[in-house]
Write a new protein. Structure first.
Length: 297
């Protein structure tokens, strides 16, 4: 049971930061930016390149996150703002095109082979009956720290109040003197940073390759939608639910049902189960489990 819970935690960490970034930026620009998953790929590979240039991994990761945040703002200003003028559906299609373009760029620049960070080896740590690695625990710490910082930013700072006001009523926020465009680009920057940090966390626990973003695309969207698009903390709860479903479906022994001692579903069924839960939840709560309307940051 402890190992199962630890597996759920690790999978939640895989999804949470990217889902939070997606949900945050949706609250202001009102379209699901598919390209966000590629920011995770960019973050992991930029950190790898900077580490290869001689920087310590923590410094390389921080610079990579800042660079990806800048890239997110650049794409928002030059591409997505213009597409949004034609409607959110057009912007979403445009974000899919940007995703494909970035994927092609990654293939040309980094190639199809998987890479790893240069990390020290450590023995497996036993926590009760669970086995965890130092790098898994590091990823958990990064995710928890980022969520705590974001929560404090949203609910304990003037910037956070401006973000929530702009997300709730952009016109009224502008009338009170809030620079809605600046706030939007600030949230876009933060979403890029969160996605990049999520990609680095994924790479810390294993390999990185150009498919990293596409591998988590559907579960990340499921987590963000389940938590209520626009609700950042709801996205974390959505990630927990999706992670639990994916872990459960591959850990339940179905053998007794068919007269076999052992029968486990392959990992490819995990995504199907997560979407089954998503569809069932949305039939009851169309805007997600944790909001009544899609209005929150």
């Amino acid at each position: 049971m402890v190992q199962f819970l630890s597996d759920v935690l690790i999978r939640t960490v895989d999804l949470a930061l990217i889902a939070v970034g997606l949900s945050c930026v949706y609250s202001l620009i009102r379209f699901p930016n598919i390209a966000l998953v590629q920011y995770a790929v960019a973050g992991s590979f930029l950190a790898l390149l900077l580490q290869g240039a001689g920087l310590p991994l923590p410094v390389a990761g921080l610079l990579a996150c800042l660079l990806v945040g800048g890239l997110a703002v650049l794409l928002n200003v030059t591409v997505f703002e213009r597409l949004l003028a034609s409607g959110s559906a057009i912007a979403m299609v445009g974000s899919l095109a940007v995703t494909m373009i970035l994927s092609a760029v990654f293939l040309v620049v980094f190639g199809p082979d998987s890479r790893r960070f240069d990390l020290d080896s450590h023995p497996v740590i036993r926590v009760l009956d669970a086995r965890l690695t130092v790098h898994q625990l590091t990823a958990v710490g990064l995710t928890a720290g980022a969520v705590i910082v974001l929560t404090l930013l949203l609910f304990r700072t003037t910037l956070g109040r401006s973000m929530r006001a702009t997300a709730t009523n952009r016109v009224l926020a502008a009338a009170t003197g809030i620079d809605a465009r600046l706030i939007t680009n600030t949230v876009v920057f933060l979403s890029g940073v969160l996605a990049a940090l999520g990609g680095i966390g994924l790479a810390l626990k294993g390999e990185m390759n150009i498919q990293l973003g596409m591998d988590v695309l559907l579960p990340v969207f499921a987590a963000a939608i389940l938590g209520g698009l626009g609700n950042a903390l709801g996205a974390v709860a959505g990630a927990v639910i999706i992670a639990t479903a994916e872990t459960l479906v591959t850990n339940v022994n179905l053998g007794p049902l068919v007269g076999e001692p052992l029968l486990f579903l392959p990992a490819s069924y995990a995504t199907a189960m997560s979407f089954l839960i998503l569809v069932a939840a949305l039939l009851v709560r169309p805007h997600g489990l944790f909001v009544s309307e899609v209005k929150r940051v």
